[in-house]
Design a binder for this molecule. Structure first.
Ligand code: ADP
Length: 187
């Protein structure tokens, strides 16, 4: 039996919890022996999208690049986890239509909660006008209208959010909650 690939696309405001959930999902799937990769927005901007800015055009290019790589992985049976603000609805919809098993996960917390967390101190800088085009403050965020999963991180723990995603994957037949036996795949 071959593993089915998928793209777990986590979208949401800065500080909503995308990276935290993505890293825990990575661990949980690895522990079950799934082939899985994490494409984190910050790292992608350093490597794949260096030089791109934060205009709508550049953000859309960034998202399409991540989607391209995630799709290569997904169509070869790997679970690609993406953590990226990806603020524009249209380009996310485009990816859902053109990629293999795209699962849109809205990592949701009110702006005030994200701002109070201010994990990287970016909201303070954005409020002070030191960062322009900051999503939620001086740049738009278009929330998904019909996401596959909503993780409400102000009401649920990281573990509950991660389990929500794992149960969804199981219901969709994309993974089993028990350990995946890679050696039997090779036979
Ligand atoms: P993002 O990647 O969306 O910018 P981070 O994952 O870097 O956000 O930061 C989210 C912060 O919120 C972390 O400090 C994390 O511990 C906290 N947090 C609280 N509850 C949750 C939850 N249910 N899911 C994810 N993060 C949570």
């Amino acid at each position: 039996m071959k593993q089915t690939g998928a793209i777990l696309w986590l979208t949401g405001l800065s500080g909503a919890g995308k990276t935290t959930i993505a890293q825990r999902l990575l661990q949980e799937l690895q522990a079950r022996n799934y082939s899985v990769e994490l494409l984190d927005g910050d790292l992608v901007r350093t490597h794949l999208s260096q030089g791109l800015g934060f205009s709508k055009q550049d953000r859309d290019i960034n998202v399409r690049r991540i989607g391209f790589v995630a799709n290569l992985l997904s169509r070869h049976g790997i679970i690609a986890i993406v953590a990226a603000i990806s603020p524009y609805r249209e380009v996310r919809s485009e990816l859902k239509q053109t990629t293999t098993n795209f699962i849109e996960i809205y990592v949701q917390a009110p702006l005030a909660v994200c701002e109070s967390r201010d994990v990287k101190g970016l909201y303070a800088k954005a409020r002070a006008g030191e960062i322009k085009h900051f999503t939620g403050i001086s740049d738009p965020y278009e929330a998904p209208i019909n996401p596959d999963i909503i993780c409400q991180t102000d009401n649920f723990t990281v573990e509950q959010c991660v389990n929500q995603v794992l149960h969804y994957l199981e219901r969709q037949g994309l993974m089993s909650l028990v350990e995946n036996n890679k050696s039997s795949q090779r036979n």
